[in-house]
Write a protein that binds this ligand. Structure first.
Ligand SMILES: NC(=O)c1ccc[n+]([C@@H]2O[C@H](COP(=O)([O-])OP(=O)(O)OC[C@H]3O[C@@H](n4cnc5c(N)ncnc54)[C@H](O)[C@@H]3O)[C@@H](O)[C@H]2O)c1
Ligand SMILES: C[N+](C)(C)CC=O
Length: 490
């Protein structure tokens, strides 16, 4: 019997008995069969998390012990790193080596929040009266619903799981239905590292049925979501009915701004990384290349020459530099998105095909460059979520900033220039949550991550990523109680 839901410390099948076959997007081979949760399973998981939270079994555990638990989790993932990376690579189709790097980032994330867990218990507030003790204490939010996407399955989950547990919450994790495996492995690690039953629960199943109760149910105190804009809107609207805390990490349409005085080779090379790393399936992918007009022809020629050399292949193909898209449906979406751009006048410089004979069993889509696009055009404005770079130009610094900010999103972006004054002036004007200067894609567990505008609200990582999972409570003690005399006693 398939039993991949982890509820109240037990591995159980879906109440309906339904299952889903997970396939590797690189070659269509069957990876595993998992339980397909529905609404009832999620309600069971919420009840278990509620019971665990209300019992204070974890919330009442000293913060230092919660921190030690997270450090044990980090160590356990380190010990099982290749097993985790293999599971992630098979589910997503990404290269094994990329999945290993993701595991390193995940280990770093658990260590970061492990160290933060008991770092700040609260503060004393000056009430202006020495006989009054007024303090701010931090408490866990309660039951947290954590909903994550398929592109970095465990990394996106870790950014939520680690701070939620550090702060003493109980939780239900719902990974994307296509990539459940590392969610299952992390529950196993939690159990072996001593997490009490019911504190962390796992639901493997689709968003509309298994995910929806996490935003609507009154016993869930917070929902933290990473995924697409349209789903994010639905979750925020649903959560509004019970006024629960909401954190949204949504998509991006991220500008990569290159000035003529930038290091040419580094900027071209990193423009490839920005747009094509992990097949462009990165929320912060630099899909909008905005390059100074005077170097545009040379820059784009070199970008295209390099893009055409990128080798696509499966997780364990040692020659491969990038993998497939997640599914046939997603590839069709990316194809149609790009085709619409071409139909609207974009010039296809390379890509927009499914690779060669050796790629026919997977969902590959070649790195694509669209030249001569215009602001406001669909491929410039909407997130395609695939390896598609569009090219725009500017002639003045002001125009570069205006172009880079001309998007409803505000997740990340980069500035390439050898003039540090230009770099910092421009970065101060960009309305995006992360700005890289002469680099693209570094992420640090110590640094907050999140979006401006329609890329969402709330922050993950850093200190604020911990605060998201805590409530501040003011405790005011009058050490010399006395009659106030406000209301007359006659
Ligand atoms: N900002 C970030 O840090 C970040 C990181 C990774 C991915 N993303 C974004 O994620 C998107 C790609 O991921 P995706 O296609 O998996 O996104 P998606 O929105 O389709 O799905 C994300 C998750 O939400 C669930 N879901 C769907 N409908 C739901 C509902 N009504 N209620 C509850 N849960 C529901 C899905 O099952 C999945 O687990 C892109 O837009 C990408 O930019 C953002
Ligand atoms: C934030 N990051 C890059 C880990 C994943 C975005 O899709």
């Amino acid at each position: 019997m398939t039993a991949t839901l982890y509820i109240d410390g037990q591995w159980v099948p879906a109440a309906s008995g339904e299952t889903r076959t997970i396939i590797c997007p690189a070659d269509g081979t069957e990876v595993a069969v998992v339980s397909e949760a529905g609404e009832q399973d999620t309600l069971n998981a919420i009840a278990a998390a509620r019971k665990a939270f209300d019992s204070r079994v974890w919330a009442g555990t000293p913060a230092a012990e919660r921190g030690e638990f997270l450090l044990r989790v980090a160590k356990a993932i380190e010990d099982r790193k290749d097993e985790f990376a293999r599971a992630e690579a098979l589910d997503t189709g990404k290269r094994f080596v990329e999945a290993q790097i993701d595991m390193d980032d995940i280990i770093g994330c658990f260590k970061h929040f492990g160290k933060l867990a008991d770092s700040d218990a609260g503060r004393i507030v000056d009430a202006g009266d020495p006989t009054v003790i007024s303090k701010i204490v931090y408490e866990p939010v309660g039951v947290c619903g954590l909903i994550t996407p398929w592109n970095f399955p465990l990394l996106q989950a870790a950014w939520k799981l680690a701070p939620a547990l550090a702060a003493g919450n109980s939780l239900i994790l719902k990974p994307a239905e296509l990539t459940p495996h590392t969610g299952m492995l992390i529950m196993d690690v939690f159990e072996k590292a001593g997490l009490p039953a019911g504190v962390a629960n796992l639901i493997t199943g689709p968003g509309a049925t298994a995910g929806a109760p996490l935003s609507s149910h009154e016993d869930v105190d917070m929902v933290s979501f990473t995924g697409g804009l349209i789903t994010g809107r639905k979750i925020a609207a649903s959560a509004a009915q019970t006024i629960k805390k909401v954190a949204l990490e949504l998509g991006g349409k991220n500008p990569n701004v290159v000035f003529a005085d930038a290091d040419f080779d580094a900027a071209v090379d990193n423009a490839l990384n920005a747009g094509f790393l992990d097949s462009g399936l990165v929320c912060s992918a630099g899909t909008r290349l905005i390059v100074e007009e005077s170097i545009k022809e040379k820059f784009v020629d070199e970008l295209v020459r390099r893009a055409e050399k990128i080798r696509m292949g499966g997780p364990f193909d040692e020659n491969a530099e990038t993998g497939p898209l997640i599914s046939a449906e997603h590839r069709e979406k990316v194809y149609n998105y790009t085709q619409k751009g071409i139909d609207e006048g974009a010039v296809l410089r390379t890509g927009h095909h499914f690779g060669g004979e050796e790629h026919k069993d997977g969902f590959f889509y070649a790195p694509t460059v669209l030249d001569n696009v215009e602001r406001g055009q669909h491929v410039v404005v909407e997130e395609g979520f695939g390896p598609v770079i569009t090219v725009e130009t500017f002639t003045t610094e002001e125009e570069a900033v205006e172009t880079a900010n001309d998007t409803n999103y505000g997740l990340a972006g980069a500035v390439w220039t050898s003039n540090r004054g230009t770099a910092h002036r421009v970065s101060s004007k960009l309305r995006h949550g992360t700005i890289w200067i002469n680099d693209y894609h570094p992420y640090l567990p110590q640094a907050e991550w999140g979006g401006f505008k329609q890329s969402g609200f709330g922050r993950e990582l850093g200190h604020i990523g911990f605060e998201e999972y805590r409530e501040a409570k003011h405790v005011y003690e009058n050490t010399e109680p006395a009659v106030s005399g406000w209301f007359a006693d006659n």
